[in-house]
Design a protein around this ligand. Sequence first.
Ligand code: NAD
Ligand code: MN
Length: 360
Amino acid sequence: MPRLLALPGDGIGPEIMQQALRVAHALAARAGLRFEVDFDLLHGASYDRHGTFCTQAVLDKARAADAVLVGAVGGAQWDDIRMPGGPECQDGLMYLRHHLQTYLGLRPARAWNSLLSLSPLRETVARDADVLILREMCGGAMFATQRGRRLIEGKQQGFDMTAYDSGEVERFARGGFEVARMRRQRVVSCDKSNVMESYKLWREVVSDVALEYPDVEFENMFADNCAYQLMVRPRDFDVVLCCNQLGDVLSDLTGVLAGSLGMLPSACLSGNPAKGSAFGIYESTSGSAPDIAGQGIANPIGMILSVGLMFEHSFARPDLRLALDQATAATLAAGIRTPDIGGEASTAALTDALLEHLAA
Ligand code: NAD
Ligand code: MN
């Protein structure tokens, strides 16, 4: 029996997790699977109980699980707490990503026909866009080991050293080309190799890996231009390879294609996605949305679609991910929407409707 570890986290995390698990059970029933689900605390919820953002027990449970579901983490009350230890000790999710080496962050975003009018982009620009931002999850500036504060000529300086080694970039790039083979065989890698040394290495290594995938169309692009092109002609993009920090920013940006940040799923995998049995942490792309937490109005779709990614990449059932996408489109077309996408439905009511479409 596959084992899931559910870590609802903070803010809207528990609200969207509860609904996503209903969908997970419905899909599992369809697949003839039964899950064993264990729950635990992460980040703020864990800090308040245990004084640490992720306990050893949670890490052990995650290691023993077939997949981990995370709601969302964070909140102003925990953002400035500094824990002893490296960068991974400052954030519960980063702790799991680091120790489980889930380096491949899949962040798909697509335009939904019935939500086109919500996009700040013209409908003719956003229509049929289907982009996957692939974010490196375990390195770069966010995991800088050389970081801190120091006094330079009487002024405070904060610093985080951006560093990538060839091994980190190579495994990530290879994962990216494998993902592209499962999609439309197009890869753009973005960087700032025009001005930064770490990105020069990034570009060299990715370009070398690209030679092993002659069937995949490949292009390097400077990241600032890439952000612009993504908004001007999103349909021309398929998979976009990004370092940890650029991927964080660009993936939120693609929320404009989907109509809301709350629509975006994500998967962080520790191995080749093409095999369909990679270990993964599945989470919505957005944060804990403290401004709407506790109101029962958070959009659960990002979290629910993350469950779809779990079936595709950890349980080798891409057909169920597809069925879920179709049920989601039908729900949106029927006008059942949370406030962020122009409706009045609650988190639970949207999920009720989605489950009905899934069963139909
Ligand atoms: P956020 O993503 O939480 O929210 C940004 C905006 O999008 C808000 O207006 C919010 O209401 C809206 N939004 C996000 N998800 C939504 C949903 N499912 N339904 C409807 N609206 C939604 O970003 P923030 O406010 O900058 O950060 C809040 C906290 O989340 C911070 O503590 C931050 O560190 C943390 N964070 C966590 C993650 C994660 O868990 N993976 C990611 C990003 C930020
Ligand atoms: Mn983010």
